[in-house]
Design a protein around this ligand. Sequence first.
Ligand SMILES: *Cc1c(COP(=O)(O)O)cnc(C)c1O
Length: 395
Amino acid sequence: MQIYADNAATTKTRASAIEAMIPYFRETFGNPSSLNTPGQLAKEALTDARTRLAKILNSDPSEIYFTSGGSESDNQAINSAAIAGAKKGKKHIISSAFEHHAVLHTLKNLEKQGFEVTLLDVHKNGMIHLEELEAAIRPDTALVTIMFANNEIGSIQPITEIGKLCREKGITFHTDAVQAVGHIDVDVQSHNVDMLSFSAHKFGGPKGIGALYCKKGIPLSNLIEGGAQERNKRAGTENLPAIVGMATALEEATSEMKELNPKLTLLRDKLIKGLLKVPHSILNGDPKKRLPGNVHVCFEGIEGEALLLMLDEKGIYASSGSACTSGSLDPSHVLLAIGHPHAIAHGSLRLSLSDNITEQEIDYMIQEIPKVVAYLRNMSPVWKDLVTGKKDFMI
Ligand SMILES: *Cc1c(COP(=O)(O)O)cnc(C)c1O
């Protein structure tokens, strides 16, 4: 059996998206900025894709800016809000400790430029507290940026309430919704968001394409100088095939969500229940307010890397957390943010399920993963210390 359970890192491109893209390589390959017929046909397709995407998010097409993906959208949103804030003497930004590095590293750069950043605690269940957000707001706060759903532990933040609070206080609110768009309901109007990032390859679209929603009236700066594409906010010839693929993938993902999510949630919870039968294991992230496809657990006394390698041999393709941090031996900043000591954070396993996961596959994982954990524990000196009482169990 082969189970791809790393969909939070990237997804398989949907057949419908691939089909939709092909004509834009073969026939309608003109440059949307060209006034000739091929260019104008390409421009029409660009407008059409923008309109389709805007409709799904409940925004206006003029509020959608195409980018190269989630990272670029996050960078552009945060840097734009910082530039706009600085013009008014506002140089304070609020975010959370478990954001994606595209957000955290952008904030680090801004700190070097004299901005002050407050990172909210995400507490044990991976949730920020609204009262703490409210208490952190200052007269010079220029931006609040808090992710919609976490890419490692899957917890879903109270975005609507955060947006409402920011609107009352007149503060720009950006959310990294890369894990949410195409997976759960996202509506920029009802969530009160000013800026929202998303990326096609997280919902069955092609890689290297994404977009930033930026509400009318919210100032947006360009990061890339050049031509007048994207209303002067993002230069460079548009990646039309990918843009069309993204629109098609999001339409399909959104149309399937309603029927799919209850089924996926049941399978997710079955898997969680099965894995938590392993002694000294813990679920990370909120049990209810979590993405339908996210399972994230820590097993005490083992190394997550060894677990991943052994699961790979059994055809279970998982991850220990975010793809960006794997390869380094540092434990995940997300797991440290929710209060895990290094020893626990190292024994982590993320299974991000695909839309078409089957019950058989869930049963296979429930059967095989505990066996591998037991095998690794048997060989682990740390585990020996724990069972002989030399060290105390932490979970
Ligand atoms: C994947 C991801 C990103 C980065 O998106 P890219 O399109 O790969 O640049 C940003 N934020 C979150 C939460 C993600 O999961």
